[in-house]
Ligand binder design. Sequence first.
Ligand code: HSE
Length: 307
Amino acid sequence: MEEVHIYCPATIANISCGFDVLGVALDNVGDEMTVRRIPERTIRITRIEGQDLPLATEQNVAGVAGMALLKAAEYDGGFEVEIIKKIKPGSGIGSSAASSAGAVWAMNHLLNSPFSPLQLVQFAMEGEKLASDVAHADNVAPALFGGFTLVRSYHPLDIISIPVPQELFASVIHPQIEIKTSDSRKILKTTIPMETAIQQWGNVGGLIAGLFLEDYDLIGRSLEDHIVEPIRSILIPGFDRTKQAALSEGALGSGISGSGPSIYAFSRGRAMAEKVGLAMKAIYEDIGLEHDLHVSPINIQGIKIIR
Ligand code: HSE
């Protein structure tokens, strides 16, 4: 096979209590990419549609992630990459992760899969490092594996797939301000009181148990973040009102998607997720801030071939 055309899902990282360790893939928001083999041992980004992003390999997350794979591959040639960017950079739903993960997934596929999913996460993390200064895996892992993923450990890298409750849907509102992940990481505290840590790991355990048990109430009770959300939410106009609107409408829980500014809510059933999405949208209509709304099932497959 010489060429592959793929869908790369958007992702919600952190999922409130799991800063840098939890993430989930979305099914109807994502980029498209075409990757083809070329005889020269290099990565060429030849086209980016939809966003103004650098084509230079070393400045593009797909280029950097792809080079990490190419260095490790026993292959004389290289790859050409085209990206149809539908996820806005700086939106908080894993725009850089979709490009990084998509590039390495497609390249691995075109080489008959010499690398394991865990190795692909490691290559894709190089793209995340370029985008946010930190090689975090909580977006690239769900993009590659699908569903919910837990990064149990970074050293050594250990990623666990968590089951997806069948009726779980996500509503994500993106108020159109751009927050750079690197900036929103700089404002975080580097130490936390023991009491706060206890609350946080209780919620992480509760969320994982809720997902395994398909216990929607437990999932909802566990969607609390005592560490990052109180600080980062200050950067998002209308955050408290939007979260409250989602919860009042019947969402299980709500919080910042990734490093923001997008705000996500989980609901039981599509109809509730749509109602919750409209309630969140109403807040930004009232504030007068441009926004996009996505209501999506959870993507369980990860990156997929579309032709
Ligand atoms: N865990 C990362 C952060 C995700 O919150 O900084 C960025 O999308």
